[in-house]
Design a protein. Sequence first.
Length: 707
Amino acid sequence: MLTVQIPFVVLEIVDKRQEIELAAERQANAAIDMLEAVHIQSMLFRDQTEDNDPAIDTLNGSMAQFSEVNESLKLWLFMGPKVIDYQIDAGETEIEGPLDPIDRAVLASGETRRAFEATQYRLSRPVVMGQGHAAHPKCASCHTALMGIQAGEVIGGYSAAVDLTGPLAHWRSGIAKSIGWALAIFTVTLAAIFAVLKAFALRPLKALSRATKQLASGETNVVIDLDERHDAIGSMARSLRIFRDSLSVTQCLQQANDVANDELRYLASHDALTGLSNRSLFTERLTAAVSRCATSNEKLAVLCLDIDRFKDVNDEFGHKAGDYLLQGVADRLRSVIGETGLAARFGGDEFVLAFPTIIDLVHAERICARLITAMSQPFELGVASAVSTVSIGLALYPSDGDNAESLLRNADAALYRSKAEGRNTYRFFAPEMNAAIQERREIERELRTAFEAGNLELHYQPLIDVASNQIIGVEALMRWPHPERGWISPSVFIPVAESCGLIGPMGRWLIETACRQAALWPEVVMSVNVSPAQFKDQNLVPFIAAVLATTGLRADRLEIEITEGLLIENSEQALHALNALKALGVRVAMDDFGTGYSSLGYLQSFPFDKIKIDRSFVGSLGESGNAAAIVRSVVSLGQSLGMKTTAEGVETDEQLTFLRSEGCDQVQGYYFSKPVDALRLTSLLASWSNGTGETDRSSQTSISDVA
């Protein structure tokens, strides 16, 4: 509409201007025509050329009268050069020369000139000799004869100037009116169009606009029902629908990402199995609790807990049952600590608790008692139920540490003491505990280094047949020559190896080395001690079978010595492994018989080849009547069950005489030989077989000489 209205107004304005110009041109032409007619008539009666010529006066008078009648029109005539020269020569004073450049251009070209100058229309018309009224004979006789003007030359001309100030002002006011009317019409038309669009066409646009605002605010539950249209609105609607669907997917992904980030943050600070805090979060919270206690001058207790014999649960019932046990322990810990306490799982079966605002030691003891009581009830493990206990170590702020690190370290030291002193109990931290733990850790570190460097040794102690007085076997014993501490007793490093997991590889090395050495000694039975921890390895029996095959040692020349602790801890699994060893042909002996709790029951459940009487009973012979009675009973029991008996720790001739009289089958001890390396035992075997070993005991060393 606007493109039609504007050209129409412009054309109207231009037409009005052209009408003004045409009217001015007609007016100027008419005035010049009139002037030319007057000039012709006056020239017909002209008879002189001097001043006061009636023709000139008539012409001038006509121009003056015409100008008075029409103020907007000005007329004048002008002469060419030859006429002006003639007038000057004749002495005339009224000379009409050209007034402006337009007149001069007409004289030069002999052509009519038109021009619009600001608010004035100019018209100049030439008078040419021999043309128009200048072709009259009288005019020719005057101008040609007197002035020498030839045909075709310009005599002069007529000019008219039309003042257009009024018409142009009226035209300009008309322009304003036209534009005003056009704008009014445009405004009304636009208002009408907008009203129609608003009522009908803008309705879908409003819907799209509303949907766009909703989507911009993040809403995705937006109805877009214009996408079936086949126009621009439909295209916009389809684009908005695609954007809405994309926004919905993006928001879903963002929500999923937020949930995943929350879960990652939770997993980064919590134990995935139990849901308790992990070490990092617990330490952070404990540090904050210590700071609060320092400000409020309150006490705080930190407890380290271990599940007693947790590995046995995994070995017997499987790791899934172990997970159930850990979760059950965590649930019971939560019930004890309440809203104010802190609980965490540091890994494995190790839990840590913190109790702010502990009143005194009695308060702390009551908490420990509650924990032990809470753990005393059976746990459901999925496949079975089992009773488990915990050992607890406790450190108090500020007496046992003034920061989280020292409190945790000292509570762990107290836990170690609790486990060493029988388990299922609690111990408060004491300063000397750290020294013991440090010593144990140092021994563990040095033991690992010594084993990896091959610095452990095997020594062998002979077993003597009492009846024949011959060496019928040897017992392989592990020894550790420390470069600074000297010989470290097996009673020191074997428990360390069992607790830190070294007993497995160390035990395999002992079995393989002893069997390889036994293969070099003809018809000597090799006895090796196998700890309960080794029997938890399901590959123990296949390993022994492979060693026998590799070394070529007959199975009946290998004797496995076990303690009652193996059967107490895991009787079913142990009996299964022992039966498998018996099936290979390996001998099995019960070591340290009489020091446990159920020795007689185990003798009935498994057919041992030998019973070894503990050295504590043999050493007390001659000093205690009870010891003699026990030894006598054990020998008699072995005879009745068809089992050999071996007495350990024989050091005197009196002890040997008593054992021989009671019918003990085998003896070993410093009375015959201390444990020696393979080279010395090879020499001892050779000398014993030659009959020299029995009488030469001057070189034997007392048991007290060996650490």
